[in-house]
Design a protein around this ligand. Structure first.
Ligand SMILES: Cc1cc2nc3c(=O)[nH]c(=O)nc-3n(C[C@H](O)[C@H](O)[C@H](O)COP(=O)(O)O)c2cc1C
Length: 223
């Protein structure tokens, strides 16, 4: 537990990577597995991610990819980039079957989860922001991969992109949506990630019971 707390408290974005060092395959495997450990709505794993290794970079395709990644230098240095997409139509076509399996296994039942099952049977309401919902879910996986990379001694930075350009550069089909914030750059840090602003205090970002009411810091903050 202390290790997780240390990892969270010391994590910082890395914007200088060692462009000479690759990621050992066992470490990459652990990083790529981490998102699968996260919860998934309706137990439906709709996201797909594209792994780009620096050592396998195609010099002809790279300029378009780099441009779509906003030409940020650390992206060029990173040993691996992972680009997340979500598939809303695929999720909609598959989630009921996956929830049925949860019911069959006794994890969800009508007595305790009636309203949820009704909602699931009815399907997303018109106007439901499914892409946004799935993007949020996929970002949990991005975060898990980031933490797994840092846990393995690497640096990692979540990175913005131009989604339409990146989709075109990577051959992403129409049914998949590249996430505007869903790129993870990982590699060995070339310099300590210092100089970042301090984090907000708990009372800056949480309210107590209703909007705007100050949350008194739980005992232990800052200790
Ligand atoms: C969704 C998201 C997108 C980000 N995009 C970029 C980016 O494109 N380039 C960059 O240098 N940092 C990017 N960052 C890193 C943030 O600037 C950074 O998390 C923030 O300054 C807090 O610093 P820390 O991560 O070192 O704690 C991004 C972070 C998130 C969560």
């Amino acid at each position: 537990m202390a290790e997780l707390r240390d990892l969270l408290e010391n994590r910082r974005s890395t914007r200088r990577f060692d462009a000479e060092r690759d990621i050992p395959s066992g470490v990459l495997d652990a990083v790529l597995r981490a998102p699968l450990a996260m919860p998934h709505a309706g137990n439906t794993y709709d996201w797909r991610a594209i792994v780009l290794l620096r050592r396998d970079r195609d010099p002809e395709r790279w300029p378009a990819i780099f441009d779509a990644l906003l030409s940020q230098h650390y992206v060029e240095e990173a040993a691996a980039l992972v680009v997340w997409t979500v598939q809303p139509a695929w999720w909609e076509a598959n989630y009921r079957r996956n929830v049925d399996e949860l019911v069959e296994r006794g994890l969800i039942d009508a007595a305790r989860h009636g309203a949820l099952l009704e909602l699931i049977a009815a399907g997303p309401e018109r106007g439901f922001p499914l892409v946004g919902a799935l993007a949020g879910e996929a970002m949990m996986g991005v975060a898990a991969a980031m933490l797994a990379a840092i846990d393995a001694g690497l640096g990692a930075t979540i990175t913005a992109c131009r989604p339409a350009r990146l989709a075109a550069a990577l051959g992403v089909p129409d049914q998949a949506v590249v996430l505007p914030f869903g790129v993870l750059a990982i590699g060995h840090p070339a310099a300590p990630a210092g100089g970042a602003p301090a984090k907000p205090a708990l009372a800056d970002v949480y309210y107590a019971g209703r909007w705007g009411r100050r949350l008194d810091p739980p005992r232990g903050e800052g200790s």
